[in-house]
Write a protein of this length. Structure first.
Ligand code: GLC
Length: 597
C-alpha cells in the first residue's frame, strides 16, 4: 500500500511541471481531442424507455435504467433482444457519424449497470456472444471501425453496479446488504477477468470509462479493489486512460487521468487537470421513444466551446435504437457541429483556456493556442454585436493580425488597440451559423491585466459584487431566489466599500446608476460613488414592493435602478471606481449593481 502512495506522489510531482495543465503524457491526446462520442446501447435499447406498456419509472428518463426502475426479472429482460435487427446493426456507421461530426474518440457501454456485455465474454454467460447466433461482438466491430477511421476507442464499464450478478451492487441492497466478501466474489470472478478480456482482445484501448459517481468511502467497493482494477489496466495497457468515476478522486489518487463531471454538468471554472463533461442531446442516454426535448445545435456547440475555454472536453451521447439507427435529431445536430468544426476546428482541437476571467466578456468565450513565439486567441462570438464592434479588454499587447477563422484568405479585420483595450470592426454579417470565431494573433505571449471589468457590448461597465477589483471571494453574494425574481445581491448592515478597476478608452462624461433594494424610510442611508476625482452622493430611497406572479400571494422587495448623476473622466486610462454603501443604524441596504456609461 505504501509504495502505491509514494508512486502516486511522484507522478503528481511530475505532473505539476507540465504545461496546460497537469496533463500527463498519457492524456495528451485526450486534452487535444476535446470532442468525443458516447454511445449508450445495450439490451435496454430494445425497451425504448417502456416495459409492458408502462413508461420508465423515473422522471430523469434514463432509459438504460429500465431493468432496475421497472423491477424486471433478469431472464425476462433478455426478451428485449428479440427486437434487435442484427442484419441492420453496423457499429461502423456510428464511427462514421462520429468522424463526420468532428469527434476524435468513441466510448461505448461495453457493460452498463444491467451487467450485460456487448462482446463474447468467456467469464460470464450474460453477454451478446451467448445470445446472438452467429455470435456478435460489438466491441470487436467497433474497435475495427475506430481503427479504420482513425478514432480512439473508449470502453464504458459499470464496475460498481451490476444488476445481474447475485453479488454485484444493486441499490436495493441498501435494504438487504451483502457482505464485503460476497461483493469481492463478484469483483474477482466478473470485473477483473472481464476487464482482462477487454484489455487483451481488442487492440489499443484509449480509455476505460468507469461510472461510480460517489466516492468509494460511501460504497461497498473498497479502495483496494479499485487499485487492483486500476493496476490491471496499467499493467495490460499502460497508455489507457482511467476517469475519476473509478471512485477515486484526483486528490486521493493523482494517477487518475481525467476528472469526469456530473451528467450534463458543464465546466464553470478553469482547471489545470484534464476533465470532461458527459452530455446528452435530450435527457436519456439509452434510446427513449418519448424523450424529445432536444437541445439545439447552438446550445451543444456553445457547451463544447465553454468547456474548451476552461481546458475541458465534451463527450456527447448517441442512444441508437435496437436496429442500430441513430435518432435523426441527434444525427442532425452532430453533423451540424461537424460542419462548424470543419471550418473552425483550429479553435477547439489542441486549444486551451486563456488566462482572462471567463466572465469578463459578454459576447462569448476565448480559447487560445501557442504559436512559435507568440499566441493566437480565438474569440468565439456567441452574440454578434449590433454595433459591429467587438471589445476585447485585459490584454496588454497590440495584436499582430486579426481575421475571421472562417476566412481562408485571412483578410485582415480593422482594429485599434491601446493599452489593455482592443476594438475590432466586424463585418455586418457573421460568417458562420451559431458562433463565429475571430482570430487575434500576437507576436509574443501577451501579458494580462487582471481584475478588470470589461466594456460590454452596449459600451458601458456593469459593476457587480462579483467583479470587484480584489478579494472577490470575500464578498458574501446572496444567490438569486424564486426563479431570479430576487436577484443576486449583497446585504449591507454596516458601511461597506466596493472597488472596481476599469480602462476608459473613450474619455468624457459618464452617467452612474445604482440598483438596490431598501425597505425603510427615504434618506436613512446613503450611497456614494467616486472616480476620477469626483463623487456622487445618493440618499437611499424606499424601493417598494413588487408582485412575482399573478394571484399567487407572491410579494417581493423591489430592486430599482437609481440615476446618481455623471462623473467626468478626462483622459484615457485606468480608473478605480469606488462605491460606498452606508446604511443607517440597525438598517440594511441590499446592493445589487452599479452601471457606468
Ligand atoms: C450515470 C447513469 C448512467 C449513465 C451515466 C452517463 O451515472 O447511471 O445511466 O450511463 O451516468 O454519464
Amino acid at each position: 500500500m505504501k509504495h502505491v502512495l509514494s508512486f502516486s506522489f511522484l507522478i503528481f510531482m511530475a505532473l505539476s511541471v507540465f504545461g496546460q495543465s497537469q496533463t500527463n503524457e498519457r492524456a495528451k491526446w485526450f486534452a487535444d481531442a476535446r470532442f468525443g462520442m458516447f454511445i449508450h446501447w445495450g439490451v435496454y435499447s430494445g425497451a425504448e424507455g417502456h416495459w409492458k406498456g408502462e413508461k420508465l419509472r423515473n422522471d430523469n428518463d434514463y432509459a438504460e435504467w429500465i431493468f432496475y426502475r421497472n423491477r424486471i426479472e433478469k431472464d425476462e429482460y433478455l426478451t428485449l433482444l428479440d427486437r434487435f435487427d442484427w442484419d441492420e446493426i453496423d457499429p461502423e456507421e456510428w464511427v462514421i457519424l462520429a468522424k463526420k461530426s468532428g469527434m476524435k474518440y468513441v466510448t461505448i457501454t461495453a457493460k452498463h449497470h444491467d451487467g450485460f456485455g456487448l462482446w463474447n465474454s468467456k467469464v460470464s454467460n450474460y453477454d451478446l456472444g451467448d445470445y446472438t447466433n452467429p455470435g456478435r461482438d460489438i466491441i470487436k466491430e467497433l474497435a475495427d471501425a475506430c481503427k479504420k477511421h482513425g478514432l480512439k476507442l473508449g470502453l464504458y464499464y459499470s464496475h460498481w453496479l451490476d444488476w445481474e450478478h447475485p453479488f454485484g451492487w444493486d441499490h436495493t441492497m441498501e435494504l438487504n446488504p451483502i457482505s464485503q466478501e460476497e461483493y469481492d466474489k463478484y469483483w474477482q470472478e466478473k470485473v477483473i477477468p472481464q476487464m482482462r478480456e477487454l484489455l487483451t482482445n481488442y487492440g489499443e484501448i484509449g480509455m476505460i470509462w468507469f461510472d461510480m459517481w460517489i466516492d468509494h468511502s460511501q460504497a461497498i467497493v473498497s479502495k483496494e479493489e479499485l487499485l487492483q482494477l486500476k493496476n490491471l489496466i496499467r499493467e495490460l495497457q499502460p497508455n489507457c486512460l482511467v476517469n475519476s468515476r473509478l471512485g477515486l478522486t484526483i486528490e486521493e489518487d493523482p494517477d487518475i487521468d481525467f476528472k469526469t463531471l456530473g451528467d450534463n454538468q458543464l465546466g464553470d471554472k478553469k482547471e489545470d487537470f484534464p476533465w470532461q463533461s458527459p452530455a446528452t442531446v435530450a435527457h436519456s442516454w439509452g434510446f427513449h421513444s418519448s424523450d424529445s426535448q432536444w437541445k439545439s445545435t447552438s446550445t451543444l456547440l456553445k457547451s463544447l466551446i465553454n468547456n474548451v475555454s476552461l481546458n475541458g472536453n465534451f463527450m456527447l451521447n448517441i442512444g441508437p435504437r435496437a436496429n442500430g439507427d441513430v435518432p435523426f435529431e441527434i444525427q442532425q445536430r452532430m453533423l451540424e457541429m461537424g460542419e462548424w468544426l470543419n471550418v473552425n476546428g483550429e479553435s477547439i482541437y489542441g486549444a486551451e483556456a486563456f488566462d482572462l476571467d471567463k466572465d469578463l466578456h459578454d459576447w462569448g468565450k476565448i480559447t487560445c493556442r501557442k504559436t512559435e513565439n507568440g499566441e493566437k486567441l480565438f474569440l468565439h462570438v456567441f452574440n454578434w454585436p449590433l454595433s459591429k464592434k467587438l471589445y476585447l479588454t485585459g490584454i496588454k499587447a497590440k495584436p499582430e493580425k486579426v481575421y475571421l477563422l472562417a476566412d481562408k484568405q485571412k483578410s485582415p479585420l480593422h482594429f485599434s488597440s491601446e493599452n489593455v483595450f482592443t476594438e475590432i470592426e466586424l463585418p455586418s454579417l457573421q460568417p458562420d451559423p451559431y458562433v463565429s470565431v475571430i482570430v487575434v494573433e500576437y507576436k509574443t505571449k501577451p501579458e494580462i491585466e487582471d481584475g478588470l471589468v470589461a466594456k460590454n457590448q452596449e459600451g458601458g461597465f456593469s459593476l457587480t459584487p462579483g467583479n470587484v477589483y480584489e478579494n472577490r471571494d470575500e464578498i458574501q453574494i446572496e444567490k438569486k431566489e424564486r426563479g431570479g425574481t430576487i436577484p443576486e445581491h449583497v446585504t449591507i448592515f454596516k458601511p461597506q466599500k466596493f472597488l472596481w478597476k476599469i480602462y476608459v478608452d473613450e474619455p468624457g462624461k459618464k452617467s452612474v446608476d445604482v440598483s438596490y433594494s431598501f425597505q425603510n424610510k427615504n434618506g436613512s442611508g446613503m450611497i456614494k460613488v467616486s472616480a476620477a476625482g469626483g463623487s456622487l452622493v445618493h440618499e437611499v430611497e424606499n424601493t417598494g414592493k413588487t408582485v412575482g406572479e399573478a394571484n399567487s400571494n407572491w410579494v417581493i422587495d423591489n430592486y430599482k435602478s437609481n440615476p446618481l448623476g455623471a462623473l467626468y473622466f478626462a483622459d484615457k486610462g485606468f480608473y478605480i471606481v469606488e462605491l460606498e454603501v452606508v446604511p443607517a443604524e440597525g438598517e440594511s441596504i441590499l446592493f445589487q449593481w452599479a452601471w457606468l456609461k
